[in-house]
Design a protein around this ligand. Structure first.
Ligand SMILES: Nc1ncnc2c1ncn2[C@@H]1O[C@H](COP(=O)(O)OP(=O)(O)OP(=O)(O)O)[C@@H](O)[C@H]1O
Length: 590
């Protein structure tokens, strides 16, 4: 039911997206819909530029046949002046077009990165469990930039080259249909080759982007764990692993390089074939008197005008395949939907329990079941303890209460209503969760304790200190040298683990939740401070329900009820002694 896989690498392997190029381009253009005006203007300039390029050879041919051969230098000067003016206009339109498209590409990049980041924020915890941060960063940074490069640098060149090519083709056929057809014939070779080679080029680039993502994930993992690496002297091991992914990246990049350059020689060969055909046939036609020298020069220039853009198209086509491979990786991510959907629950429960598990089962995606048909209730104002052996399922149960995941079977009711019917904000204000490994943001103590709490955002430090005092948290704040202004850097790495837990505790208590879950929240705190936390917990409003997960049984002495969680079951333990007994007796089976 809710065991959807979010592993992007697995998804791409099992269901490679098959979308037409036009459909993809349409989707991308929709992202920059407000840039339409600029796109049209850039298109207009590129058309002007193409027309200038196309009319050049015709004028040159005309000048040779009418002025050079008859030695009419005035006419020649006029045509030369005209050509110069045209090329200057061409320079200006080309410059403006490049600037316009540079902006469009950057805005597309901006929109894409926003869209990907927004999507990341919508996705459930299961998604982050199954994907490596480094690979996601690579998708946001690297893959989106491939699209930017195509849009800002290649797209208009692509359009321009196409127009010049089509125009030159038309001129060639209209000047002399037989000679024109002969000149264009080698282009068929290109069409067939492009059709055959493109899927391979795209695939090779996709593999390369994937290995860039893999390398980024490897770097991220070793940077995150550098302390363990140094402490265990595992530098060699990580160096080897990095060398492995780097070698893989090198190999895929080399293959992508070959693939991206494969079009160039074939296109060059066709262009040369075209020139040779025209030269041979053209000289023959001049000899038979059915063609002029001026026309042959114009003709050769148009053959150039046809094949040069084609050569450019070879490079641009490769860029396009890279961009499409990048887009596939981005669109896989954008297509994911959170499986934590919101449901309607219009019931009006009378005096419901604060929280109820109704026949709940749960297992992680691709993992074994963790909870089997669990039912229990949590009443308002009571303190509950979850105990059990390591890996027994305590954190999983707490994560289900906070709706980090949905049950695979059964229902969880919050205040008598399906927990899935609450919006994320209401749920987060009702349920406070202090995680086993609290995460802090770089900033100050103030910013961290007000994280996700709109209520006190506008308070001055003095007012906030008063709030902290009223909540009985002042002794905790005193553990930080500069109080609210103490700097927390490196995502909390600059302070001790115990201090991190204190901050997470303050953050949760200040939100005044109806249900506060503490998952091993005091594991790194000294006994005196722990006593302090217990006092603070006791002073929470009488209606606040507390769920304490702890291995140290003394921390749960004050619990009203103890649940023993193990082997997929949740059982009432009765007293602390019972819990102790169960812990000693039970072998972990889950
Ligand atoms: N993100 C995850 N993906 C897959 N399996 C997981 C995940 N988190 C936990 N598990 C598995 O679920 C089971 C229960 O884990 P859980 O963290 O709930 O245990 P716990 O009782 O809280 O343990 P501890 O006391 O060590 O914190 C374990 O077998 C664990 O391996």
């Amino acid at each position: 039911m809710n065991n959807q896989s979010y592993d992007l690498n697995q998804l791409s392997a099992s269901a490679p997206e098959k979308k037409s190029t036009i459909a993809v381009l349409r989707k991308l253009f929709a992202l920059i819909a407000e840039e339409k005006g600029k796109l049209y203007l850039a298109c207009l300039f590129i058309i002007i530029n193409a027309l200038i390029n196309l009319s050049g050879p015709l004028l040159v041919g005309y000048a040779i046949d009418h002025y050079v051969q008859h030695k009419e230098y005035h006419g020649l000067l006029v045509i030369s002046g005209f050509l110069l003016a045209m090329y200057l206009v061409g320079f200006c339109t080309s410059y403006v077009q490049t600037r316009l498209m540079g902006g469009v590409g950057q805005r597309l990049l901006f929109q894409l990165r926003n869209a990907v980041f927004r999507k990341l924020q919508e996705l459930p915890v299961a998604f982050f469990n199954q994907n490596k941060a480094g690979d996601l960063i690579s998708r946001i940074n690297n893959d989106t930039d491939k699209l930017n490069q195509f849009f800002s640098q290649s797209l208009m060149q692509f359009v321009g080259s196409l127009i010049i090519m089509i125009g030159a083709g038309i001129f060639l056929l209209s000047i002399h249909i037989e000679l024109g057809s002969a000149a264009l014939a080698p282009a068929l070779l290109i069409v067939v080759f492009t059709k055959l080679a493109s899927p391979w080029v795209k695939r090779t680039n996709a593999l390369n982007l994937k290995s860039v993502g893999g390398m980024s994930a490897e770097i991220q993992e070793s940077l995150n764990n550098f302390k363990v690496i140094i402490a265990f002297n595992r530098r060699d091991y990580f160096r080897e692993r990095f060398e492995q992914v780097n070698t893989q990246n090198y190999t895929t990049a080399m293959k992508a390089g070959v693939a991206n350059n494969i079009f160039m020689p074939v296109y060059g060969l066709s262009a040369n074939l075209g020139q040779v055909v025209v030269l041979v046939m053209g000289i023959y036609l001049i000899a038979t008197g059915s063609f002029t020298v001026g026309l042959l020069i114009s003709f050769l220039a148009y053959v150039n005008n046809f094949y040069n853009p084609l050569r450019q198209l070879a490079a641009l086509w490769a860029n396009f395949q890279v961009a499409m491979a990048g887009w596939d990786r981005i669109s896989q991510l954008l297509a994911l939907e959170s499986n934590l959907e919101t449901v309607q629950d219009n019931s009006f429960p009378v005096q419901p329990a604060l929280l109820e598990f109704k026949d709940v089962s749960f297992g992680y995606p691709n993992g074994k079941p963790v909870l089997h048909h669990i039912s229990f209730t949590l009443e308002r104002g009571k303190t509950y303890a979850f105990v059990g052996p390591t890996g027994g399922g305590k954190t999983t149960t707490a994560s289900l209460i906070a709706r980090l995941y949905d049950p695979t079977e059964g229902k969880i009711m919050l205040e008598g209503k399906d927990i899935r019917s609450y919006d994320a904000t209401t749920r987060a204000t009702t349920i406070g969760f202090i995680l086993q490994e609290p995460f802090l943001f770089s900033g100050t103590v103030r910013e961290n304790i007000l994280y996700g709490n709109e209520q006190y955002l506008d308070y001055t430090n003095e007012q906030l200190v008063q709030v902290v005092h009223d909540a009985g948290l002042e002794a905790l704040l005193a553990r930080f040298d500069n109080g609210l202004d103490t700097t927390v850097s490196n995502s909390g790495d600059s302070i001790s683990l115990g201090q991190k837990q204190l901050l997470a505790f303050m953050r949760a208590v200040l939100r005044n939740p109806s249900l506060l879950i503490l998952d091993e929240a005091t594991a790194n705190i000294d006994t005196v401070t722990e006593q302090l936390l217990e006092d603070i917990l006791r002073r929470l409003p009488a209606t606040t329900t507390r769920v304490i997960i702890a291995h140290r049984l003394n921390t749960i002495e004050s619990a009203d009820e103890i649940f023993f969680i193990n082997a997929g079951e949740v059982n009432r333990a009765g007293s602390l002694q019972d819990a102790m007994h169960m812990l000693l007796q039970e072998k972990r089976q889950s």
